[in-house]
Design a protein around this ligand. Sequence first.
Ligand SMILES: [Zn+2]
Length: 52
Amino acid sequence: MVSKPRMQCPLCNERLERDADIEEHLLSQHEPRELASEIASEWEAEEFAGTE
Ligand SMILES: [Zn+2]
């Protein structure tokens, strides 16, 4: 039986329960602004890495 890898929240680095829904964690634990800035910074990091 294959077990799903544990998810880790990219914002607070909290390990989520195996059956936890990361979306639910994000929505209940973090502000939309936090999510947006996290996504934006990841996007920027990727863009930056690609310009080498
Ligand atoms: Zn979190």
